[in-house]
Design a protein around this ligand. Structure first.
Ligand code: PMP
Length: 371
């Protein structure tokens, strides 16, 4: 025994801090298990029925309706359930919305940088702000981004999963529509969707299984799509076909629908969910802050992510031991991304508070013994 043993989770499951695919709500997993042989009504699983069947019609429409309810999405927005991951949107966004024009990028971490790199292959781009000189540990202060006129859109990443920096409060404003990669904080707090031209997110953090990508697209953006382009890469192809131009990721949509229902039943609203998320991360930041310098947070205090908490140990020689002991205490998925080093605890919506408590307890115990 190396530290205070954490209380095991049901079914002997680990405390899962994986950055993605990440933890799913246990009641959702249980329902999937239950329904995998026999979806009510269908007498087969969702994996075995047509995406154009009545049973799938119901799943798709309920999933969309619950998502609209959670975010308060207006009728001027289309919801698309896509494939290709957030990475495919890095390419599709400029192809659809910026041909012949320049797109602006705010870079607060590795994913924003990757999105711009991809956009550069098809359109002109401009860096509007970058946090790279400070190893992506900050976001621009309000008013700090100089936005020129004439941009096709302004792209930013609301939460940088690798660095653990997150925009707090209102998003940046400009004359051009905002396009946001919300992959790692989608549905983690209320968002005024009407401020955006488009929001997209890979599912494997807060939505459900990998393989599904959700996009919210303001209708007027669809008018910009060039005529001469492969149908499969046009957002309008998917919105016009109700996400069924071709076979959609049926299992992902089904599971996302269950996750949305779980959110509505457990929290009712996104402000309650945000509060729970902030409380979980506060437990970890508090363990860092009270460690007397034993642990050091990567992100600056005003933009610390409540989804991905990143930190290093003052004595990096102890990091391997930290991870080994953490694993022995059922605390899993804590190794930081190689570009930042140190540790990362991903505290997505489905990570229970008791997992954050167990990690915070372990961190303090480890520091007391090794510090
Ligand atoms: N953007 C962000 C913010 C991410 O966290 C990730 C995945 N970790 C991606 C994009 C890439 O997502 P995908 O693997 O779905 O393409």
């Amino acid at each position: 025994m190396t530290a205070t043993a954490s209380k095991a989770l049901p079914h002997g499951r680990i405390h899962n801090f994986s950055a993605g695919p990440g933890a799913m709500p246990l009641p959702v997993l249980e329902q999937i298990k239950e329904e995998l042989l026999h979806l009510p009504g269908a007498r087969a699983s969702v994996l075995e029925i047509s995406h154009r069947s009545k049973d799938f019609d119901r799943i798709l429409s309920e999933t969309e309706a619950d998502l609209r309810r959670l975010y308060g999405i207006g009728p001027d927005f289309k919801v698309a359930f896509l494939q290709g991951g957030a990475s495919q949107q890095f390419a599709m966004v400029p192809m659809n919305f910026s041909v012949g024009k320049k797109a602006g990028y705010i870079l607060t971490g590795a994913w924003g940088k990757k999105a711009m790199k991809e956009a550069k292959t098809v359109v002109d781009t401009q860096v509007l702000w970058t946090g790279e000189e400070k190893n992506f540990s900050s976001v621009p202060k309000p008013g700090a981004v100089n936005i020129p006129a004439g941009l096709s859109y302004i792209h930013f990443t609301s939460n940088e999963t690798i660095q653990g920096v997150q925009f707090q409060g209102k998003p940046p404003v400009g004359e051009a529509p905002l396009v946001c990669d919300m992959s790692s904080d989608f549905l983690s707090r209320p968002v005024d969707v009407s401020r955006y031209g488009m929001i997209y997110a890979g599912a494997q953090k807060n939505i459900g299984p990998a393989g599904l990508t959700v996009a919210l697209i303001r209708e007027d953006m669809l008018a910009r799509i060039p005529e001469k382009m492969s149908a499969i890469f046009k957002y309008s192809t998917h919105t016009e076909a109700d996400s069924r131009y071709n076979t959609p990721p049926v299992f992902g949509i089904y599971a996302a629908g269950l996750v949305f229902k779980w959110m509505l039943e457990t929290y009712g609203s996104l402000d309650k969910l945000e509060k729970a998320n902030r409380e979980k991360s506060a437990l970890i930041y508090n363990a860092i802050e009270t460690s007397g310098g034993f642990y050091k947070a990567h992100a600056e205090a005003d933009c610390r992510s409540y989804m991905n908490v990143t930190w290093t140990l003052a004595d990096s020689g102890l990091e391997a031991e930290f991870l080994k002991e953490a694993a022995a205490n059922d605390l899993s998925g804590l190794e930081g991304h190689r570009s930042v080093g140190g540790m990362r605890a991903s505290l997505y919506n489905a990570v229970p508070r008791e997992s954050a408590e167990a990690l915070a307890g372990f961190m303090t115990d480890f520091k007391n013994r090794k510090g």
